[in-house]
Design a protein. Structure first.
Length: 324
């Protein structure tokens, strides 16, 4: 994505860049401050291992130093329990003096305030637009709504379950619909994160934590997945005009915020009932605008990468607000 938009980034935003490091469990910590060309990086991504640089960085701090990183893109797998190792990676980047950009929801749910405050102290940005609804500007949307009060929201934030429910409506059992979603590459081999509602709950928690300024813990979210739904129940609900959807909800109360993720029957004329396939939807209730909605129709595979790229522009672009 970065290579593909190199010209636009330079001409429209004044951003020139080079890749000076890449890391994963398989590859270890690879750094070269002179730059690594993108073809080499793509080849590394497809390989099982890489020759270690000499001397090889031993941890994220040494790696950031060796790469002389200005920006870190953090995209490790989601760890719903404590957000690690992503929290440590982002912490290290901000300490190093780099902007930190992530697609990983774990650090938002487990360490948002610490990382936000550290970024402010270091004069750097901690940005995470790809964590919810891929690259759709959900968090940035609220930058355009200063001093507004968000009272609550509802929506469909997990596309895998939406696809599985549609396949069940078309005649498949839960097990066969899951298998089909896995064959299509929509559901992972271990799809429990999606079907048990964890992914939707973590996204709900991220929106509540950042936009409602309430650091909700995952166990506080009343969570139920779609595993117990039978094909007949799903088909009957659709036939009756009240299809099942895995719905995320949050509402401000006198004591904080109440939230749930669970299958609900939605009246067929409601916007949520018409969210099909891999699409997502969120409806915000604010004190000024009673209802504001964002819909993402069938995102392609570049949507998440685009969110990371847009965060880069927010952090270092000529038009970015350096005072944030
Ligand atoms: N895919 C999407 O459309 C999407 C959308 C929104 C948000 N996200 C979020 O973006 C992140 C990445 O998604 P993905 O689908 O690419 O996940 P993934 O398939 O699990 O890949 C994660 C990558 O992180 C590396 N990694 C995992 N644990 C690591 C560790 N402890 N240290 C170093 N590297 C580690 C893996 O390297 P190895 O292969 O070497 O283990 C792999 O390259 C996740 O947090 C996900 O929730 C993804």
């Amino acid at each position: 994505m970065l290579e593909d938009r190199r010209t636009e980034l330079l001409e429209r935003q004044g951003i020139a860049f080079r890749f000076t490091g890449v890391a994963s469990r398989r590859l270890g910590w690879i750094a070269d401050p002179a730059g690594i060309d993108s073809q080499t990086l793509l080849a590394l991504g497809n390989s099982r291992s890489a020759p270690p640089p000499d001397p090889a960085p031993r941890d994220v701090r040494e790696w950031l130093d060796s790469a002389r990183a200005d920006v870190l893109f953090e995209a490790t797998s989601l760890n719903v329990h404590d957000g690690q190792p992503a929290v440590d990676h982002i912490h290290a980047a901000l300490q190093h003096g780099a902007h930190a950009i992530t697609a990983n929801k774990g650090p938002i749910v487990h360490a948002y305030r610490d990382l936000r405050d550290l970024a402010a102290t270091r004069g750097k940005r901690f940005l995470f637009e790809s964590t919810v609804m891929d690259g759709v500007p959900v968090f940035s949307f609220f930058d355009q709504l200063p001093a507004i009060r968000l009272q609550g929201f509802h929506g469909i934030l997990n596309s895998t379950t939406n696809v599985i429910l549609a396949e069940m409506e078309n005649g498949l059992s839960f097990e066969d619909a899951l298998k089909k979603a896995q064959e299509l590459g929509i559901a992972e081999t271990d799809a429990s994160h999606d079907i048990d509602g964890w992914d939707a709950a973590v996204k709900t928690a991220a929106l509540i934590t950042v936009l409602m300024d309430y650091p909700i813990k995952l166990p506080e979210i009343d969570r139920e997945g779609i595993r117990e739904l039978t094909g007949n129940a799903v088909r009957n609900a659709r036939r009756d005009g009240w299809p099942f959807k895995l719905v995320c909800r949050a509402k401000r109360t006198a004591n904080g915020v109440e939230a749930s993720v669970r299958p609900e029957k939605i009246l067929g004329t409601q916007p949520m009932a018409r969210i099909s396939g891999a699409s997502s939807y969120v409806y915000f209730e604010t004190d000024i605008f009673p209802g504001l909605a964002l819909t993402e129709e069938n995102p392609g595979i570049y949507a998440t990468a685009y969110g990371l790229l847009a965060d880069l522009v927010r952090a270092v672009g000529a038009k970015s607000d350096k005072n944030k």
